[in-house]
Design a protein around this ligand. Sequence first.
Ligand SMILES: Nc1ncnc2c1ncn2[C@@H]1O[C@H](COP(=O)(O)OP(=O)(O)OP(=O)(O)O)[C@@H](O)[C@H]1O
Length: 576
Amino acid sequence: MKLILKYLKKYPKLILLNILGIFSFVAVQLGIPTIMGAMIDKGIGNSDIDYVKKMGMVMLLVSIIGGAGTILISYASSRISTYMIRDIRNDVFAQSQKFSHTEYNKFGVSSMITRTTSDAFQLMLFSNLLFRTALLAPIMIFISVFMTMKTSLSLSLIIGASFPFIILGVIIVAKVTNPISDRQQRGMDRLNRISRENLMGTRVIRAFRKSKYETERFAAVNERYASSSKNLFKIISFTQPAFFFLLHLSMMAVFWVSTIMIDKGTLQVGQLVAFLDYQFHALFSVMLFSMVFIMYPRARVSANRIQELLSEEPTITNSNNGARDLNGKIKLEFDHVTFQYPNGELPILKDISFTANQGETIAFIGSTGSGKSTLINLIPRFYDVTKGTIKINDMDIRDYDIDVLRKNIGFIPQKAFLFRGTIEDNLKFGNPNATIEEMNHAIEIAQAKDFIENKPDKLQEHISEGAKNFSGGQKQRISIARAIIRKPEIYIFDDSFSALDYKTDATLRKALREETRESIVLIVAQRIGTIMNADKIIVLNEGEIVGIGTHKELLKTCNVYYEIAESQLRKEELEQ
Ligand SMILES: Nc1ncnc2c1ncn2[C@@H]1O[C@H](COP(=O)(O)OP(=O)(O)OP(=O)(O)O)[C@@H](O)[C@H]1O
C-alpha cells in the first residue's frame, strides 16, 4: 500500500476526477430507489400518470448523470493505475541500471524480469480495483445502510445479520491466499528462468538431444505454477457464489418478514422495492469492498517484491563530488588487492600488486578459474575490492566519479554482446557522436572492414537479437571497434581475440599497437601468441601472482608460464 501511495501523489488531478465520479455515481445509484419507491406508492398507487411521467424524467436525468460518473471513474482509475505502473516500471529499470553484479547475482535476472512484468501487472490490476471501489464501496455501504434503516429498521436488522459472515469469510480467504500468492509469483520466476535458459541454450539442447528432457522439466515447473494458480482461483471464485448465496438468503428473509408487514399495513410496496434496491447496493458494495481485501494479499506479495528491488542499496556507489578528471599521464596501480565474491567463501584474488603505465601493454595469463576475468572486472568497478586499493593516477578509483572512470575505459568482454539494431547503432553505443570517418577508422583497426563491406547494407546491416546473424569472430571485432571509437585511456580485452584466427589476431594486435600508443592496454588471453609481445605479462595461479615479466624472462623464471608456453609453442620457439 505504501508503494501505491508513494506513486499516487503524482496524479492529484486524476484522483480529484475519480472522487468526483464516485460522488455522482453514489448520489445517482442511491437516488434512483427513492424515486422508484415514490413512483410506485404515489404514482402507480394513486393512478397519477402525470406524477409517474414527471418522476420518469427525473429518473432519466439522474441516470445520465450516473452514467457520466461511471465513465469518469473508469477513465480516472484506469489512467491512474496505468501511469502508476508505468512509473514503477521505469523506476525499477533505472534502479537495475545502478545495480552492480552483486545485486544481479542476488536477485537473478529472471526474477528481475518477473518483478518488472508480472508483479507490476498484478499491482496494476489491484490498483485499478482499488481506485474503482476503495472509496466508492464504503460510501455506498454507509449511505445505503442508512437508507435501508430509514426505510425500515426491522428489515435492515435482517441484512445486518449477514455482515459478520461476510467479514469472517474475507478474513479467512485473505489468510489462505497469502502464501499461495507468494508461491505463485516464485513459480513465475522459475518459469521465466527455465524459458530464458532454454531459449538461449537451444543449440546445446538440440545438439545433446535434450529437448524431451527440457520439455518435461518445463512441464513440471509449469504444472506447479498452474497448480498454485488453480488453487488461488478456486478460492477466489468460491467467494462470489458464497456471497450471492448469503444475499439471496437475506432477500428470502426480507420477503418473508415484509409480506407480514405489508399485510399488517406497516410497510408499502414502493417502500419494499426501494428497500430491496438499497439492500442490494449495500450488500453488493460489501462484496466489492471484500474483493479489495481478497486481492490485497496477492498484490502485497507483488508490491513487496518490487519494493525489495527499489530499496536495494547498490553495493557500488558513486563517490559524492568524485573527481571528474583523470589528470595527466595515465597510470594504473593495483596495491595489495584482495577480492572475495559476496557469495563466495574464499578470496579469489590474493594480494595482487602491479603497475601499468601509459603506453604499456600488460597481459594476464593463467589456468582457467585463476581469477583473470575477476581481476579486470575490478577496474570498471563491476565489483569493489575487498582489501587493498586500485589507483588511477595515484587516486583510489572509488574516489572518481563512476561515469568518468567508466568513460575512460574501453571494455571488451569475453562474450561479445551486441544489441539489436544496425552495425552503426552498435558502434555508436561507444560514442554517439562518432563521425563516419571515426567509425571507418575503428572498423579498419578491428579488422572488421572487409566483412562489413561484404554485407549488403554495410554499416546499416541489421543485427538480430543476440547477433545470431553474425559469427563469433565478427561479433568480437565489432565489439572491439565499439571500444576503439571511445578512444579510452585504458583498454581491457577479456579474452576478446579468442574467436579470431591466428592471422587476424596478429594483424589486429599490430594495428591496435599504433592506436593505443597513448593508452594502457590490458589483455587477458589463453594463447601465448596473443600476449608474448606484451611489455609485462602477469601469470596468475589460484588468484595469486606467480610471475611478472616479459615473455623471455618468464620462460626462465616462471614454471607455470613455461608449462603453458610449452603446451602451445614449438620447441624452437621456446628456445628463441
Ligand atoms: N559471480 C561470481 N560469484 C562467485 N564466484 C565467482 C563468480 N564469478 C567467478 N567466480 C569464481 O571465481 C573464480 C575465478 O573466475 P574467473 O572468471 O575470474 O577466472 P578466469 O581466470 O577468468 O577463468 P577463464 O580463463 O576460464 O575465463 C572461479 O573459481 C569462479 O568460480
